[in-house]
Design a protein around this ligand. Structure first.
Ligand code: OKV
Ligand code: MN
Length: 249
């Protein structure tokens, strides 16, 4: 009996239809039967603002999430570093609840902290500065006040720069820092932490507590990547691949 499911880093985009298919399959076959579904960031490759809601793929994703929330599943959203501009319009359309960047909750008797994980990559000084800027409500208000086409062009320019500047590799080598993780455990008193972002799926033991890292999704890669974490009513935490099989601890 599944209590809560957790996913992140699907990077949904028209160029990778197999990932959207795997996501829709996960929602219909697994998420619909859970009590809670946590989306822990970077569901989208990028989100330019809630006025982009009528995009055909976005409509498909909203409808699929809406079917899950209409089935009685509580769906929660934490922003990633690519979809931090998701706002109340998207949330209302999809039937989900926006959470703050760090959220602590009791699940089956355990204190669980959920987060995307980008804020814990504290050695990436440049990204931390960028993040501090773009997470300001005032900055976001100014940004979304620009025409959608202009925002998309700005994001495309950033993506192009990040591709040729340093290549996609330089930030992929950045991982969370041990101190930032200890800080989250200390600030929240959590027993279990679940996050994504680093694309390094794992279970880590930290001072007697557990840190679970979610995979990114690319079902057509060899080997295929993707999956979720589940907490059952007994409080047991399991990691699952795209086929649903349990990944041994
Ligand atoms: C992805 C990372 C670049 C790390 C920007 C709104 C803004 C989305 C975006 C732009 C950047 C993703 C989408 C990229 C990850 C980097 C550098 C470091 C740590 C906006 C929505 F700012 F315009 F409002 N972005 N791109 N990094 O180039 O793919 O993960 S990216
Ligand atoms: Mn991310």
């Amino acid at each position: 009996q599944v209590c809560a499911l957790f996913i992140s880093d699907l990077h949904l985009q028209p160029a990778h239809p197999a990932t959207s298919e795997a996501f829709f399959d996960f929602l219909e076959r697994h998420a619909r039967r859970a009590q809670q579904l946590y989306l822990l960031g970077d569901l989208f490759e990028y989100w330019a603002g809630d006025d982009d809601i009528s995009d055909p793929l976005h409509q498909q994703i909203i409808a699929a999430l809406r079917r899950v929330s209409d089935a009685g599943v509580a769906v929660y959203w934490i922003a990633g570093n690519r979809d931090f501009l998701v706002g109340p319009q998207f949330a209302a359309a999809a039937g989900l609840t926006l959470l703050p960047e760090t959220f602590v909750t009791d699940i089956a008797g355990q204190r669980v902290v959920v987060l995307h994980g980008d804020a814990q990559c504290t050695e990436d000084i440049k990204y931390m500065e960028f993040r501090a800027m773009v997470r300001q409500p005032a900055w976001q208000q100014q940004f979304v006040a620009m025409p959608l086409a202009q925002r998309k062009a700005i994001i495309a320019g950033m993506r192009e720069n990040s591709r040729k500047d340093q290549g996609d590799k330089s930030y992929e080598i950045m991982d969370v820092t041990p101190q930032a993780i200890r800080d989250v455990f200390a600030a929240t008193g959590a027993d279990v932490m679940i996050h994504g972002h680093t694309h390094r799926p794992a279970l880590h033991h930290v001072d007697g507590k557990r840190r679970y890292v979610l995979p990114d999704w690319e079902p057509e890669a060899t080997p295929p990547r993707g999956g979720w974490i589940a907490i059952d009513v007994q409080g047991a935490v399991t990691r699952h691949d795209l086929g649903g099989a349990i990944i041994p601890a």
